[in-house]
Design a protein around this ligand. Sequence first.
Ligand SMILES: Cc1ncc(C[n+]2csc(CCOP(=O)(O)OP(=O)(O)O)c2C)c(N)n1
Length: 290
Amino acid sequence: MTDVNGTSQHTFDTVAQPTWCPGCGNFGIHTAIKNAFTQLGLVRNEIAVVTGIGCSGNTAQWYNTNVFHSLHGRTLPVATGIKLANHELTVLAEGGDGDGLGIGVGHLVHSIRRNLDITYIIHDNRVYGLTTGQTSPTSVKGFVTKSTPTGVIEIPVNPIALAISSGATYVARGYSGDIEHLTKLIADGIKHNGFALIDATQVCVSFNHANTYSWWAERIYRLEDDETYDSRDKMMAFERSQEWGERIPTGLFYREERATYEDELPQIADRPLVGQSMDVDITELMGEHV
Ligand SMILES: Cc1ncc(C[n+]2csc(CCOP(=O)(O)OP(=O)(O)O)c2C)c(N)n1
């Protein structure tokens, strides 16, 4: 299928090239997302990508789809609005760990429990990248940054445990250095009928010199390779979410089927809101506010 310019509807690249630092993990995540769109045979006009503010948020400029570069921490309210206006769109939201687990963490918890059919990717580099290296909610205790010169005092947010305990129906962790695996987790998340959270761990070559490529390579393993692991078992998933150290699990932690928020709305059961008549007389309503 082509658009009016003769461009394939399956082309997700723009003519512009990303401006991230050479070696940045955002390249891997951005590639994995576009790969997932391609593998699923999605058409770009039927996709809406919403990003936050951050190095990761800048990714909005490099998708040849509908995009909304929103405010810091506000990806999920915008994605919710888009999904409720037209639930036939594939809606994917993404942003940094600061965006989603700091300023936006309230929105995250409520989006999870609503179970909107949105795929949410956290670009988890464990530092604030765009603002040049301050501590983030996933920075480990003791991590030295320009905002914490004597080391972080708090313990980090655990996005996997937070998601499971908030009622998430699809929870996974991927790694920017394993694009094939991350692509599968994202594609499965898009196919999942409900809120899918993918914590995409990534390197930040400029401001996180602790969690380097070799650091990750020495630790990560795939849950699929553990035959005893059952991603339908919530307690097992929560227990495994605590594993962090010499071994770090990636893959699907937890999945369950539950009606989505959109499924529960009779108003949009027949057709999306954008396809409905707006021929409503609001004169009386407006009169109440004069
Ligand atoms: C309301 C608001 N507060 C603060 C900022 C400044 N700010 C921009 S990006 C950012 C954090 C970036 O870190 P993260 O979300 O982890 O994304 P990354 O750049 O690492 O991808 C901050 C604090 C802002 N733009 N808006």
